[in-house]
Write a protein that binds this ligand. Structure first.
Ligand code: ZN
Length: 477
């Protein structure tokens, strides 16, 4: 609170400062709403109970992702105003508030999604709840541990890991009914690997040789035993700037006044929000020296790229996807598992219905000609996210390490490292993915695939399901 008092003294002198304070108060009220409001009016009718619960949870989660992005966007604009007013203290406070919002908002969204799932009949899932509690422990004990005098995982703000793990504990206390299936854990592998691709295991178990033809054409012939595999990709080394659950996929960067003055779309953004134009009287480049860390929040380009190429044709926008909506980025995939007595779903163990609902916040910017373009046309996050829609699950980017598909996650995190170190002897009985690897290790199995493809690959006319022109689905890669 001390810092806020200082901010008031430092910025209350001129008009620009008063505007900052006014809008900051408004944004803090919005933040409070994000943290405490849990009033839900979600109803999806006409589908089975599990699907209703998953879809309702995903819509609610995506709504909060959109709200969180908007709060971050407001704070980015305030940050520019603070810099224009030469107030480094305010800029620092605002910048830190934006990073906090990018953690607190999505976790609050995950909590709201639980209520949506429960209102639609999904019971709390003990395995999910236990998993969230385990994650809280990993954050508290693991991320903050010291490695060579430094935190294993850099803290996005002082005390962040303590606060963040408490949020996860609070989520677990209520009982988790819907697991965010596209959670992006900071200690997950950052790249792809065939052993982290569920399609590989499905192809082995189902003898789907065409999968190899499309996804890994030389693997059947090249493979020479478990020590042949390249090592698993390392953890992502970019400092975390958004929650693991329902991540907004943001990063931080500092900009000079000169950078900001020439950034297209920014003057329009101030006008749209009814804020004064900080660029009207020039924006001296020396301001750069006063722009404190962590800086502004930006869309992470590796996650906010074009979406058109990987979309499912059943995406519920008729005709061609509008160019202003052609971006990936923040989305919510909420998994609900309902135990049933007689029904089974193909993707689940007998006796469990599984549904993962997917939804995404959408927004657009106005371009110079009065048309619309994607929010990512301006690198800074801006408050433009206005609607939420269900999207096909295949359109959602999944982490390769697995999230709330707990059997898959256990295989990736616990079984694979041992297998890569010690070979087939380390495979675990009772794990279907380990069973696939055991089958894969038999030379006769791979030879059968090779032989079949040598004469039958012309039959592989259809690329793996969910794939766009590039082939392959984003789901579970
Ligand atoms: Zn396994």
């Amino acid at each position: 609170m001390e810092r806020n008092d200082r901010t008031i003294c430092a910025t209350g002198r001129d008009r620009g400062g008063q505007v900052i304070l006014f809008v900051l108060a408004a944004v803090l009220a919005l933040l409070a709403a994000i943290l405490w409001l849990a009033d839900l009016h979600v109803a999806v009718l006409g589908k089975d109970k599990t699907q209703n619960a998953g879809d309702a949870a995903a819509l609610e989660a995506a709504r909060w992702q959109g709200a969180s992005l908007n709060v971050v966007g407001e704070l980015n604009l305030l940050h520019v105003l603070a810099l224009a007013a030469g107030d480094a203290d305010a800029a620092e406070t605002i910048s830190e508030a934006a990073v906090r919002a990018s953690f607190a908002g999505p976790v609050a969204g995950a909590a709201a999604a639980q209520q949506a799932a429960k209102l639609n009949g999904a019971p709390a899932n003990d395995d999910f709840t236990e998993f969230v509690r385990e994650r809280a422990l990993v954050v508290r004990r693991g991320y903050g541990r010291q490695l060579g005098g430094e935190d294993a995982m850099p803290e996005p703000w002082p005390g962040a890991w303590g606060e963040y793990s408490s949020m996860l504990d609070a989520l677990a206390d209520e009982g988790v009914a819907a697991g965010p299936d596209n959670a992006a854990f900071f200690d997950d592998p950052s790249g792809s690997h065939i052993l982290l691709n569920q399609g590989f295991y499905a192809a082995v178990l189902g003898r789907s040789w065409c999968w190899f033809h499309w996804a890994a054409p030389t693997l059947l012939d090249d493979y020479a035993g478990w020590s042949w595999w390249p090592p698993l990709p390392p953890e992502d080394d970019e400092p975390p700037a958004s929650s693991e659950f329902l991540s907004l996929h943001l990063r931080t960067a500092e900009f000079s006044g000169g950078d900001l003055a020439v950034m297209p779309g920014l003057p329009e953004a101030f006008a749209a929000e009814g804020l004064p134009d900080p660029f009207s009287e020039g924006f001296p480049d020396e301001i750069a020296a006063t722009n404190p860390a962590p800086g502004f929040l930006l869309y992470r380009p590796s996650r906010w790229g074009a979406w058109e190429t990987m979309r499912d044709p059943s995406f519920p926008i008729e005709g061609k996807l509008k160019p202003e909506y052609d971006y990936a980025g923040a989305d919510a995939a909420m998994r609900v598992e309902n135990p049933v007595r007689r029904l089974t779903a193909p993707e689940a163990d007998a006796g469990t219905l599984v549904w993962t609902g997917a939804a995404k916040p959408f927004g657009s910017l106005e371009d110079e000609g009065g048309g619309a373009e994607p929010p990512t046309a301006v690198p800074l996050v801006l408050p433009v996210f206005e609607q939420v829609r269900l999207v096909p699950l295949d359109a959602v980017a999944m982490q390769s390490g697995g999230a709330f598909d707990l059997a898959w996650r256990r295989h990736c995190r616990e079984h694979l490292p041992k297998y890569l170190e010690r070979g087939t002897g380390a495979l675990v009985a009772g794990c279907r993915y380990c069973r696939a690897l055991e089958r894969w290790e038999a030379p006769s199995f791979r030879l059968a695939g090779s032989r079949w493809l040598a004469t039958n690959s012309w039959k592989c006319t259809v690329s793996p399901p969910g794939g766009g022109p590039g082939g392959g689905s984003r789901h579970a890669h």
